[in-house]
Design a protein around this ligand. Structure first.
Ligand SMILES: NC(=O)c1ccc[n+]([C@@H]2O[C@H](COP(=O)([O-])OP(=O)(O)OC[C@H]3O[C@@H](n4cnc5c(N)ncnc54)[C@H](OP(=O)(O)O)[C@@H]3O)[C@@H](O)[C@H]2O)c1
Length: 340
């Protein structure tokens, strides 16, 4: 016997990946429902070799469904996730709505799987922000060995992190640059994204950081260790899929770059590609459609006592969202619901 699974936001970037990954990983599904807004009613989406017709989230009855993977944004989540949870269906949510609530577990299965039991508090589990998810997969095993004091991270985030509209804007704006009269003004992004980079993701906070940067700080503390200090600069770049991060890490204890490389090689969810030659590292294009978080450019930072630099690349729609959500579903299945 398998699970009755709901994917809400099935017509979106993350929802489609959730369906792909549930099928790829052969998640034990007895029945699956694909939901989106009313305007997408009947839209066909793929689940492995089968095609599902999208149903309306607004009128869906969650009674009798085991789990619901949500990727509909915070506003719709606020309306529908409590309904699903109250009907006994465990919600695994991709939006930022519940991530910082103390009684809601925020989980990256490679880092804090034991937090899963707290799902019982509200029948809701939160999935982290895409830029946090790939970073903490790399930080956790290094922290376990040498205690991280401080992290300085700069991100290079793809436009798919801003949903379907983000992808469309980069595509249309790039085409429009070559066709007089078809220029596309910025609307999803705050400045031109084609052939440009924008140091601004999500809204500004009072202290001058952006919400995206704040999320990386708060989520790393919640998932790995509250004592870790993080300072982030989040940048949108004209890449369709795949986030990259330059991460500088300061440890309490000395950690040699070779030992760090060995630790990362042995750690779950990580692939190390680190040769000091042309192409001996991973770029976002190579990580698309992959499960792993790739680590390259591992090197000592000789300007501080115990420091390392790493380059971290992952598919933001996968580890940054859909894969992590499916891994949480697997964890919930294996540890709690025990079907399949
Ligand atoms: N993209 C990433 O890298 C990433 C990473 C981590 C977390 N997330 C989060 O995941 C969520 C989805 O992101 P996305 O990139 O997949 O966005 P997207 O491509 O814009 O897709 C949004 C999905 O939500 C549905 N939706 C929106 N409002 C709805 C409503 N009121 N009722 C029912 N369905 C509604 C849309 O349905 P229609 O097609 O019918 O409008 C669509 O299926 C967001 O919360 C985002 O912050 C994204």
């Amino acid at each position: 016997m398998g699970y009755r699974v709901v994917v809400a936001g099935a017509t979106g970037n993350v929802g489609r990946e959730m369906l792909n990954i549930l099928a790829e990983r052969q998640f034990p599904v007895d029945e699956i429902a694909a939901l989106a807004s009313r305007k997408s009613l009947g839209t066909e989406v793929s689940f492995g070799d089968t095609t599902l017709k999208t149903q309306d989230l607004d009128t869906f009855d969650f009674e009798g469904w085991d789990m619901a993977l949500f990727a509909v944004g915070s506003t719709a989540t606020k309306t529908y996730a409590p309904k699903a949870a109250a009907a006994g269906c465990v919600v695994i949510d991709n939006s930022s709505l519940y991530r910082y609530e103390p009684d809601i577990p925020l989980i990256v299965p490679e880092c804090n799987p034991d937090a899963i039991m707290n799902y019982r508090n509200r029948n809701i589990i939160a999935n982290p922000n895409c830029s946090t998810a790939q970073m903490v997969v790399a930080l956790k095993p290094l922290h376990d060995r040498a205690r991280i004091k401080r992290v300085v991270v700069s991100t290079y985030q793809s436009v798919s992190g801003a949903g379907k509209e983000g992808i469309d804007e980069l595509w249309n704006q790039t085409k429009g640059m070559y066709v007089p009269g078809q220029e596309v003004e910025p609307s999803k992004f705050q400045a031109q994204i084609a052939f440009n980079v924008i140091p601004h993701i999500d809204v500004f906070m009072e202290d001058g950081t952006t919400k995206e940067e704040w999320k990386m700080v708060a989520e790393t503390k919640k998932i790995v260790d509250t004592s870790i200090k993080v300072t982030a600069t989040c940048v949108r770049v004209p890449v369709f899929v795949g986030h990259a991060e330059s991460i500088n890490i300061e440890f309490e204890d000395f950690l040699d770059e070779d030992e760090a490389r060995d630790i990362l090689r042995e750690s779950p969810g990580i692939m190390v590609v680190d040769k000091r030659e042309d192409g001996g590292y991973v770029t976002p294009i190579e990580c698309v459609g992959e499960f792993a978080t790739y680590i390259s450019r591992i090197r000592q930072d000789s300007t501080i006592e115990n420091g390392l630099n790493i380059w971290c690349v992952s598919d933001n729609l996968r580890k940054g969202a859909a894969l992590n959500a499916v891994q949480i579903a697997e964890l919930l299945g294996n540890r709690v619901l025990k079907k399949g």
